[in-house]
Design a binder for this molecule. Structure first.
Ligand SMILES: [Zn+2]
Length: 240
């Protein structure tokens, strides 16, 4: 690895390799982990060359270190594009495969940080838009333009309701229509896999939320019915 070309968020090239050596020696070195976090990722949104260069070493630590797994997951969530590091990302292919296996095993253990690991796995599967947005469905909202009349429709999937509505800044969500969750048997592709993983791991709220997300909503304005996930993905899928 030629670290001289691997700038971190602060334009430095020598700190990250030194910090990696520290956490490899002592995975409880919190100070080194904190510094790695802000050198590899800017605002948890932008990953720099040093992030991809560090990724395989983080994956190697990830089986026994929560910090390594979290940081590797954050790097994957930022890997959609626009970082100018496609060649470095391609070199991570082996480590990404290893990370996928590790995350799947971690999810099966039903860990406390389930959602973070689930989102990391979505990013590993290149479902970046879902990796960025999926919540625990305690209080989740999606803004979608109706594909028929272009009205801005608010989709709520949370503890206090699962509905489509028009959001009014004074009156709240008005003209609510109940969502029509997909039957798990009717799910296919990504939705089926996301749902099945949540069910397998005993995450019923997450599974029910995914059934809603991949189900249908009625536009309160024109009464047409559309599939929420299709419309959301169409407008949020990253340009690769
Ligand atoms: Zn409409």
């Amino acid at each position: 690895m030629n670290w001289d070309e691997m700038a971190d968020c602060h334009g430095d090239v020598h700190r990250v390799p030194a910090l990696l050596e520290r956490v490899e020696r002592d995975e409880d070195d919190a100070e080194a982990w904190d510094e790695l976090g802000y050198r590899l990722l800017l605002e948890e949104e932008w990953v720099f060359p040093a992030g991809f260069a560090a990724f395989p070493r983080l994956v190697r630590l990830a089986a026994r270190s929560d910090r390594a797994r979290g940081l590797a997951g954050s790097i994957m969530r930022c890997a959609a594009g626009g970082h100018g590091c496609d060649d470095l990302l391609a070199e991570c292919a082996g480590a990404i495969t290893e990370f996928r296996t590790l995350l799947d095993r971690h999810l099966r253990s039903r860990p406390a940080d389930y959602l973070a690991a689930y989102r990391a796995l979505l990013a590993v599967e290149e479902e970046y838009h879902w990796g960025a947005v999926i919540g625990d469905f305690s209080d989740d909202f999606y803004e979608i333009d109706c594909p028929h009349c272009a009205a801005e429709v608010t989709i709520a999937i949370g503890g206090y309701g699962r509905y489509s509505a028009i959001r009014d800044w004074h009156l709240g969500d008005v003209d609510r229509r109940a969502l029509r969750p997909a039957s798990p048997d009717d799910l296919s592709g990504t939705g089926r896999w996301m749902h099945a993983t949540a069910v397998r791991d005993g995450r019923q709220t997450l599974a029910d939320g995914i059934a809603c997300l991949f189900g249908q909503a009625e536009c309160p304005r024109c009464a047409s019915v559309f599939t929420i996930a299709d419309e959301y993905a169409a407008s949020h899928r990253p340009v690769m």
